[in-house]
Design a protein around this ligand. Sequence first.
Ligand code: NDP
Ligand code: ZN
Length: 184
Amino acid sequence: MAQQDLMLKDFIKALHFSTRKHRRQRRKDPEKTPYINHPIEVAYILSDNCGVQDPDVLIAAILHDTIEDTETTPEEIAGIFGKRVRDLVMEVTDDKILDKRERKQMQIDTAVELSREAALIRIADKISNVSDLAVSPPKGWSKKRKLEYLEWTEQVVEQLKDTDPCLEQMYYRALTDARDVIRR
Ligand code: NDP
Ligand code: ZN
């Protein structure tokens, strides 16, 4: 099989895996959008908007919330997609021993330690969530809470400057748009 066919096969396998793992989950917006929309968007931002072609990065983007939000184990991911994908997913997985506030601080404090590939996923994740906050925000969130969330994403992304100019530009555009919509 040609290299490209193999890559496509693995990517479809990742889509299938992530869809099964997130199948009962919904986003926090009032319409309860299917959760899988979000990891697909993260991979799309990397690939279509910013030209990322590394198959392991795109596969890890599809899987980026499976360990954090489902019963998926790192070993399971390594067994199916290899150790590099597992390591990338682990890099963007919060430590669940910490409470929510500590996790958020941890993302700021450890951002500079991320590999470049994990940083790409981290920024694309923030672009997706910041955009969602503008168009389909979590149910019940006050204006203050939304603006605080944006502030936190900015603190994380600031630590990742010079990772990728395309993603950085896209993030700051999404941030400005979201602030405009929320303050309106
Ligand atoms: P989270 O910050 O965990 O919720 C946001 C996360 O939900 C996103 O990072 C995203 O993560 C996911 N998500 C799902 N649907 C959406 C959507 N439609 N739009 C954007 N993101 C979405 O909120 P928590 O409720 O867990 O609270 C965490 C922190 O907020 C705590 O530190 C708490 O103290 C604080 N807090 C603040 C309040 C305030 O009024 N200021 C009130 C209550 C809590 P993913 O990429 O993983 O899907
Ligand atoms: Zn995510």
